[in-house]
Design a binder for this molecule. Structure first.
Ligand code: XMP
Length: 518
């Protein structure tokens, strides 16, 4: 792998993703890893990430000079660039100047190295205080900026490179080209990390883990991750996998059908469906508090899933089979953020249904554990899953239950499903699915306003449209949808959905608003 050493800023994951986009496998390690620990991973190349601190700050993480003597190509970025310069005997100065945001970088010298094939002037994204004023011996200066006399350097002999700016952010004009120059040309790595190869590799791994006769179970939520995880395991072990879908009745129009019909049709997976709409509706009766709703839905979901699981296990047991594996759609960012621990422990499933032994244990199968979200989508497409599943926007687990402000009833769910289906269809028709991160459609079930429709006065409910743009759902901005699209959605909803006489647009960013209304 290409090892990305994380110096503590938010950039390491972004760098790792960009390396993957260059079709090369990458892994992130914390900067507390010693050189020996890093080399143990047998890195094909190493990238030192940016970080929040000055190399002069107390406790600033260091790079051991021995990392540069291992014969492995290394590229330093921002903080990593400065730490590298310092470790190799260059000069890093406190200039007192801060360079922040877009800056112009001017190329220097003959070889161009990692800047090869790029224009002599480029816009780059900067975020630094200290600056390298003197490159270490043996290095050629590749670029300068107003605030950084040495803004990029290279020692092609030793295959060591660095840039002061952030090539991993989209605001740097040729950032991806620079990373690819480093990875493909300078380090000589083959771009073999493709969806096809990922599938092949994972299938082999899963077969090895589950064995010739092992059986697995997988819960489907209707979301991308569980669908792709299930599809890949299905490819590996065929119908020794059973998928379980608990329909809680809080999905949007056609989503349950997507699982029951399209997922099965495209994967051939064996599916057990538990129709539990009634269970959820009666548990939610009379409840209006959002957190209370979440708790109830979460609790009922576990119960319903365990009941379904018990049925599947009993079924297998009846024919003398044992289900020993549970498939989970854990993604790489979850692994990194939870400390990157290797090999998940066995998890215990608490069974109080169906008379199964209490201490039944599953071994986890996590085929997406090394993947970022965009790779999961690519793998899903490779496996033949339909675009409606693979390109699905994020949707909360509690579903429409937290998009009805007020009590959840079947009638209100029906109404919200119709309004939401119209809004989604129009958004898709306008070609804006990719631009909008997600668009909750919310029913204000306890609010009524006066309207006039046909020749009568109405007293109906408002529907709120909440389209947002976001990178990661941590922050978001409201999407500036075209007025004519908003007009179409509004006309259609008020005309076609009985009980709705007003459509309003949420124009709040996050913060202060959250994306969902509950
Ligand atoms: P908020 O509303 O907190 O949402 O800005 C951030 C992201 O999380 C999703 N979300 C949830 N997802 N269970 C989930 O699985 C939940 O209870 C839940 N609440 C919010 C939301 O759709 C958005 O993508």
């Amino acid at each position: 792998p290409v090892i990305v050493v994380d110096y503590g800023a938010q950039y390491a994951q972004l760098i790792a993703r960009r390396v993957r986009e260059a079709n090369i496998y990458s892994e992130i390690v914390p900067h507390t890893h010693t050189t020996a620990q890093i080399l143990e991973k047998n890195p094909a190349a190493i990238i030192l990430s940016g970080g929040p601190s000055s190399v002069y700050a107390e406790g600033a993480p260091n790079v051991g000079a021995d990392l540069f003597e291992a014969g492995v190509p290394v590229m330093g970025i921002c903080y990593g660039f400065q730490a590298m310069a310092r470790a190799l005997g260059g000069t890093v100065e406190k200039t007192g100047l801060r360079e922040y945001g877009a800056t112009n970088a001017t190329a220097q010298g003959e070889s161009r190295s990692i800047l090869k094939g790029l224009p002599a002037e480029q816009n780059v994204w900067m975020s630094h205080g200290d600056a390298v004023s003197q490159a270490p011996e043996g290095f050629e200066v590749l670029a300068t900026t107003a605030g950084a006399p040495v803004a990029a350097f290279a020692d092609s002999e030793r295959k060591l490179y660095g840039v002061q700016w952030h090539p991993e952010v989209k605001h740097s004009d040729y950032g991806q080209r620079i990373l690819e120059n480093f990875l493909h040309n300078e380090a000589g790595l083959e771009p073999v990390w493709t969806a096809g190869n990922i599938v092949e590799e994972q299938v082999a791994k899963i077969r090895e883990q589950i064995g010739e006769n092992g059986r697995a179970i997988c819960g489907l939520s209707g979301g991308v991750d569980s669908a792709v995880a299930a599809a890949i395991v299905q490819k590996a072990i065929g119908d020794r996998l059973t998928c379980v879908f608990v329909n809680h009745g809080l999905l949007r129009q056609d989503e349950a059908e997507q699982v029951e019909r399209d997922f099965v049709a495209s994967t051939g997976a064996k599916l057990y469906v538990a129709n539990e709409q009634e269970r959820f509706l009666s548990a939610l009766a009379g409840v209006t508090d959002p957190e209370e709703k979440r708790k109830i839905i979460g609790r009922e979901f576990i119960r319903a899933f365990e009941a379904a699981e018990a049925a599947v296990l009993n079924d297998a047991a009846a024919s003398g089979e044992k289900v020993g594996f549970l498939v989970q759609g854990t993604l790489y960012p979850d692994v990194v953020e939870s400390g990157g621990g290797e090999g998940a422990a066995n998890i215990k499933s608490h069974h109080n249904v169906g008379g199964l032994p209490e201490d039944l244990e599953f071994e986890l199968v996590e085929p997406l554990r090394t993947l970022f979200k965009d790779e999961v989508r690519a793998v899903g497409a490779e496996l033949g899953l339909p675009a409606e599943i693979v390109q699905r926007q994020p949707f909360p687990g509690p579903g429409l239950g937290i998009r009805i402000i007020g009590e959840v009833t079947e009638e209100r769910l029906e109404l919200l499903r119709s309004a939401d289906a119209i809004a989604r269809a129009e958004l898709t028709a306008a070609g804006l699915d990719q631009e909008v991160w997600q668009m909750p459609v919310v029913l204000l079930a306890d609010v009524r306003s006066v309207g006039v429709q046909g020749d009568g006065r109405t007293y109906g409910h408002p529907i709120v449209l909440r389209p947002v743009s976001s990178e990661d759902a941590m922050t978001a901005d409201w999407s500036r949808l075209p007025y004519d699209l908003l007009a179409r959605i509004s006309n259609r909803i008020t005309n076609e959905v009985d009980g709705v006489n007003r459509v309003v647009l949420d124009v709040t960013s996050k913060p202060p608003g959250t994306i969902e209304w509950e």
